[in-house]
Write a new protein. Structure first.
Length: 530
């Protein structure tokens, strides 16, 4: 330590400030690094919280003195990863969060003295809250509000107004599927008495209407179903043909499109078939007539009988209902890419696009026709064309990493860390070089002193220089002791006396040993040249 402080005291003020600054910066960086490493790892306990729920969560964390972080405009709260599940269970036991939605727990409190109007209002609030809790559990929904309007019952049914409902959704996805929308509408319609699904309005927070009200005769629903059936049949046929071509030609070398004309006419036929050769007696009627005359002796008395038989021809009645959605006509369009070949030249390998042969196109046409079920009698049309694709075929040796050019912004964190590391290394090297340069300029020699005398000629010059320094310092101290100079002693610096003693020693050495001095100078010159 004495050697260190002795060397440090001989430094110039600028060098002392530089070393002190480097030491302070190093200590600060170490402190920041230690604090960063000792900082606990935070995990999300809740996200997308309402303001009421966020306030309750923070109140609980403060009461338990649990450190936390708030992000995303107070909608996300994070705690230490070690206690995230424990804290979540504690909050759940207290009914937090409940998103500010009241359900049937509103009736847990005593309702004594409450009017009938308030009871009905609480029931409506509870029903809306329970429906909101159920709907928000579906994927893609962050928050939901349900509003139900139940009109008062009237004496006459013709004057009774129907119940209505409106639902507002906050989505976490771009859009909901039609199945999810229908499920929400049917859920609310089945949960409210007297509510028809056509009286439910469903929209999102962007103002987009999600539900579609159908007419009473369901004409709109029928038309929508017809388009769905048509699209389903077309996709099914395209998938069959596309899978065959992809396996033969390779993925991306063929495109198939199918247009299906379907017959949605609903026909109900009643046919009666009469067979004249088969007659069946349906009824028989006999009429008897008797005339007894005016007297007993009258001989004009008559008696007659008339029989009538009714026949009916045999007939057969058939009632036929033809099915809907039958394929009326198909139109199939197929496009295939040119054949890709690689031709080796003298210097490189070139890619050549050649049209496919007529024989190959004919075989492909027959395969696709059989796959989709093209019927010429039905009037189906089929076309296959060989055209070069602009985007080219997908090469089997194609690397997916080359498909999308890498942007330097993709790995911004790694790039920033690399820049900081390189900057720190460069700054450290610059400071070290400046410090060494100033130390060399001030001629501050650090190391042990060799008391064995001068180095031999042809050897290294460092022992000789250290010996000169040692002898100079000793001679300086001796001169200060032998020749007290009073006030002038303070004005003459140790460095000036050391330089003067070094010069005298070197001169005496050269005069006594000219040959060794010449060899020593020669060795210095060789070291400078190397």
């Amino acid at each position: 330590m004495n050697d260190f402080f002795g060397i440090f005291n001989k430094l110039a003020p600028q060098q002392k400030m530089m070393i002190g600054g480097i030491a302070i910066v190093t200590v600060v960086l170490l402190g920041v690094l230690v604090s960063f490493l000792n900082e606990p790892s935070y995990s999300t306990i809740y996200t997308n919280l309402a303001e009421e729920d966020a306030a309750k969560v923070i109140e609980h964390l403060n009461s338990k003195k649990i450190p936390y972080k708030i992000e995303d405009n107070s909608s996300t709260i994070k705690v230490s990863s070690e206690i995230v599940y424990e804290t979540r269970l504690e909050l759940a036991s207290k009914g937090i969060p409940n998103s500010g939605i009241l359900g049937y727990e509103i009736f847990d409190k005593s309702t004594m003295g409450m009017s009938e109007f308030m009871q009905k209002l609480n029931y409506k609030r509870a029903l809306e809250g329970e429906l909101s809790r159920t709907i928000v559990q579906q994927d893609g929904i962050e928050a939901v509000r349900v509003h139900i309007v139940t009109p008062e019952k009237t004496i006459f049914k013709s004057e009774q107004n129907a119940a209505t409902a409106s639902i507002v959704l906050k989505l976490s996805v771009s859009s909901l599927s039609k199945e999810s929308i229908n499920a929400i509408v049917n859920l609310v319609a089945s949960s409210v008495e007297g509510l028809n699904k056509n009286s439910i309005t469903l929209l999102d927070t962007n103002g987009r209407l999600l539900s579609q009200q159908s007419e009473e005769n369901e004409f709109g629903v029928s038309t929508s179903k017809q388009y769905e059936i048509k699209q389903s049949i077309e996709n099914y046929l395209v998938k069959k043909a596309q899978s065959v071509l992809d396996n033969i030609l390779g993925y991306g070398n063929a495109i198939v499109q199918v247009n299906a004309e379907l017959n949605f006419d609903q026909v109900e036929r009643t046919m009666e078939d009469f067979d004249p050769e088969r007659q069946v007696a349906v009824s028989e009627q006999t009429i008897k007539t008797e005339n007894i005359g005016s007297t007993y002796a009258d001989t004009s008395a008559q008696q007659s009988q008339n029989t009538t038989v009714n026949y009916e021809i045999s007939k057969t009645i058939q009632k036929v209902v033809e099915g809907t959605g039958n394929i009326k006509r198909l139109t199939v369009a197929t496009v295939i890419n040119d054949e890709i070949k690689k031709v080796k030249t003298e210097n490189s390998v070139e890619t050549v696009h050649e049209p496919r042969s007529d024989e190959q196109i004919t075989k492909l046409e027959q395969i696709v026709r059989n796959a989709v079920g093209v019927d010429n009698v039905r009037g189906d049309e089929f076309s296959i064309v060989n055209i070069y694709f602009d985007n080219g075929a997908i090469d089997t040796n194609f690397d997916e990493a080359d498909a999308k050019p890498q942007s330097p912004f993709d790995n911004m964190d790694k790039l920033i860390n690399l820049i900081l590391i390189v900057t720190a290394i460069i700054a450290s090297l610059i400071l070290l070089l400046k410090l060494m340069k100033r130390l060399k300029t001030e001629k501050i020699m650090i190391g042990s002193v060799n008391h064995n005398g001068l180095a031999m000629a042809g050897g290294s010059s460092m022992p000789l220089l250290k010996d000169f320094q040692n002898q100079s310092l000793q001679s300086t101290e001796k001169r200060k002791q032998l020749y007290p100079l009073g006030d002038l002693e303070d004005e003459i610096s140790d460095e000036a006396l050391m330089k003067k003693n070094q010069t005298e020693k070197i001169s005496n050495y050269v005069q006594k040993n000219p040959i060794d001095a010449a060899k020593l100078i020669n060795s210095w010159l060789k070291e400078d040249e190397s």
